[in-house]
Design a protein around this ligand. Structure first.
Ligand code: ADP
Length: 734
């Protein structure tokens, strides 16, 4: 009875082992799982048959159970071999062999069941042990054919596995060796069992144990082994260094990067060796144990830069189990940054050279232009000949155009060099809009275009902002609208949007009925030197800078500009600029002022008792100034250098001094400073004459002590207005 109980226990062990096989089936990939699942079914059948053998009550029952048992073993071997072939990547062999092998196994199984009629494989005999009857078998030659088939199948599988072991990489070899061991184990156990002729047939247990081993190797051993080998390889392949120290500060690992770069031999490497010594020292000087530090190494020719992180290594329970250094080579990044910095400095230098060049060129162009326009003005004043006056008018128009181009280039270079400042002061918005209207009324009328202004009366009368630049923005937009419109006209709409305490958004919309801008061109509209629709605009003069300057000025004032345009129908530019309110009194209706008709020159005053000094190193400029002021009867002294001017100031007290800015030796500012320091002409107003007139210049010169500035080429009206303002009232007759 005990033996039979043992029999059942052995089978229970087999069942437990089979449970592990079921686990393996759930984890392995679908292709392997199919073969393992069939192995499992065959094993369950073998176990049932084995239990039936143990519980048999007659020889026939035992014979049927044995037939089932031997046939099940056939199929266990068939499916196990199939699994082994798949697992060792012999898919082609599987495809070729699985049908012929299944046929052989099926024939063998049928022949085993034929034993019930022919007794061709084995005969049953009774054996009594401890008064319990067992049914045992004596084998006939056919049974050994059945055994041979099983062993051939197993040997074929062994051959394929050994082949794979020989061909595979070290890393994966262990995976196949385990499967090989499983098969060998099954063979050895079976042979041992047969040699010993035990009462108990335990071979089913061997197969179940084989299943368990397969589970262990596919799920536990191989992945772990593979992981540790792969991680070690990956860390070696890393482009960063890793040095590990154990809890007692013994070096336990340095990857290939470190061994190569720092020649590290882990047996002779400790905290006194570089680069870790420097890192620890640097962190200690900052009062830290762990952290990040930089390390530089140079052999005089090549300098290497490293970023090194020193950290504690913690286990799952956050207990320290060592430390590690992570080393990153930042040399390339450093060199790259240095190159970028060099390129930036070179670009800055080139840019500032360009700005200086543009400023100088504009000065150089303005100086002769001053003479051209000045002399031309004299022709206009003195000539009675209609034809000559017409020629002179043309020179005047072209000269003004040239001047506006120079101004644009100068503004642009100033913005680029970051030297354009936003200077805020109180201004009257109605006045500003009126001026813009007056400026464009005549050009629009000359093209038969209307110029309409719609102005929101509620806009506060006095705002605080950079009126000069707002005027420049509006001027650019109206100028473009007039330039690019052939029929219809231009409308300017000025409104406001209250955005907070004493703050509004000034909204200026300039719309025209001109040629419009295509959707493809819109993105490039605000790019510098970019003119769109070039073919059609070829005859329209422009630099492609106006809108670029406009946009940048608006951005500097924290505003925004948008464009809406339909090709052939017109364009609408909308500008929104936040402004402070200086006085909340509403502006009221806008009364437009018409620009006075261009009339023939007539001096606006006479001052025969006035005595002024004009200083300029270019004789022609002095000549122009004197000619322009001839009719005012002012007494004019001239000087061609700062030194000469100073010596003249020693002798004479002037009513006004007009001083050129750029002069060789002492420039205008130095001359002015010396005159003031020496206490000469103490109360005399000094006006700067400059060809560098840029927006914001007025404030700058006033700050230096000048009474104002006049830009070259000299505008006669501006010159006369300045003199009227600065000369003593009692000697000016208007
Ligand atoms: P430009 O000196 O050429 O006028 P801008 O920067 O002022 O330079 O304008 C750039 C381009 O935008 C112009 O060449 C023109 O093609 C187009 N443009 C500007 N304003 C208008 C407008 N109101 N209608 C049609 N096209 C315009």
């Amino acid at each position: 009875m005990l033996t039979k109980t043992l029999y059942v226990i052995v089978d229970i062990i087999a069942i437990i082992d089979i449970l592990f096989t079921i686990k393996a089936i759930a984890k392995v990939s679908a292709a392997y799982a199919r073969w393992l699942r069939y192995t499992l079914i065959a094993s369950i059948m073998a176990i049932c048959a084995n239990i039936l053998v143990a519980c048999s009550f007659s020889p026939l029952c035992a014979e049927v159970a044995y037939c089932f048992y031997f046939a099940s073993i056939d199929w266990i071997i068939y499916f196990l071999t199939g699994f082994c072939l798949l697992y060792t990547e012999h898919n082609a062999a599987i495809t070729k062999l699985y049908i012929p092998a299944a046929c052989v196994m099926a024939i063998d199984s049928i022949s085993l069941f034929a034993n019930l009629i022919f007794e061709n494989h084995f005969s049953i005999y009774e054996k009594t042990a401890s008064s319990v009857i067992f049914y045992q078998t004596t084998f006939h030659p056919m049974y050994f054919v059945h055994l041979a088939i099983d062993y051939i199948a197993i040997l074929a599988a062994l051959y394929f596995i050994i082949y794979r072991i020989a061909k595979t990489y070290d890393m994966y070899r262990m995976k196949y060796v385990i499967i090989l061991s499983v098969l060998l184990f099954v063979i050895i156990m079976n042979l041992a069992y047969m040699t010993l002729s035990l009462v108990l047939d335990a071979s089913v247990v061997f197969y179940a144990v084989a299943g368990t081993l397969i589970y262990f190797c596919t799920e536990v051993y191989v992945p772990r082994k593979l992981m540790s080998t792969s991680v070690a390889r990956a860390v070696d392949d890393m482009n960063e260094g890793l040095i590990l120290f154990d809890i007692s500060n013994n070096c336990i690992y340095a990857n290939a990067f470190c061994s190569f770069r720092f020649d590290i031999d882990i047996n002779n490497y400790d905290f006194t060796c570089e680069p870790v010594a420097s890192v620890i020292k640097d962190l200690a000087s900052q009062g830290k144990r762990f952290g990040e530090s930089s390390y530089v190494r140079s052999d005089g020719v090549i300098t290497e830069y490293y970023k090194i992180k020193y950290t504690s290594l913690l286990d799952r329970h956050a207990r320290s189990i060592g430390t590690y250094f992570l080393i990153q080579d930042t040399s390339e990044e450093k060199h790259y940054m240095a190159e970028i910095e060099e390129a930036r400095i070179a670009a800055d230098n080139a840019n500032s050279a360009k700005s200086t060049f543009l400023a100088n060129m504009s000065h150089e162009i303005r100086t002769p232009l001053n003479s051209v326009l000045g002399m031309n003005e004299m022709i206009l004043r003195t000539s009675e000949d209609k034809e000559i006056r017409e020629y002179a008018e043309s020179i005047k128009t072209s000269g003004k155009t040239l001047l506006s181009l120079i101004n644009e280039i100068l503004d642009f270079s100033k913005i680029e060099a970051g030297r354009m400042d936003i200077i805020e002061s109180e201004y009257n918005i109605s006045q500003l809009i009126r001026d813009c209207y007056a400026f464009f009324e005549a050009p629009a009328a000359s093209k038969d275009l209307y110029l309409n202004i719609s102005f929101d009366e509620k806009i506060p009368m006095f705002l605080k902002g950079d009126a000069l630049h707002i005027k420049q923005v509006i001027t650019n937009l109206i100028s473009n609208a007039v330039k690019y419109t052939k029929e219809g006209g231009v409308t300017m709409n000025v409104t406001e949007n209250h955005i907070g305490n004493n703050r509004i958004e000034l909204i200026i919309e300039v719309s025209d009925t001109g040629m419009g801008i295509s959707d493809e061109d819109k993105p490039y509209l605000f790019e510098s030197f970019k003119r769109v629709n070039e073919k059609e605009n070829a005859t329209i003069q422009g630099t492609g800078l106006g809108l670029a300057i406009t946009k940048q000025l608006i951005a500097m004032m924290n505003g925004d500009i948008t464009v809406d345009s339909i090709i052939g129908e017109g364009s609408s530019f909308k500008v929104v600029i936040p402004q402070d309110v200086a006085s909340s009194m509403p502006s009221g209706p806008l009364i437009l002022k018409h620009a006075p008709e261009e009339e023939t020159y007539k001096e606006s005053f006479r001052a025969p008792d006035a005595h002024i000094l004009i200083v300029d190193d270019v004789l022609l400029n002095l000549k122009v100034a004197c000619a322009l002021l001839k009719k005012t009867l002012i007494k004019i002294d001239t000087a061609t250098s700062g030194a000469e001017a100073i010596s003249m100031c020693h002798k004479e007290k002037y009513d006004v001094i007009l001083l050129d800015h750029r002069m060789p030796d002492k420039d205008g500012i130095e001359t002015f400073r010396e005159i003031s320091e020496k206490g000469l002409n103490k109360t005399t107003p000094v006006v700067m004459l400059t060809a560098n007139a840029l927006s914001g210049a007025d404030e700058e010169y006033k700050h230096l002590g000048f009474s104002g500035y006049l830009s070259k080429p000299i505008d006669i009206k501006a010159l006369e207005q300045t003199l009227i303002k600065l000369l003593p009232e009692d000697i000016v007759f208007q």
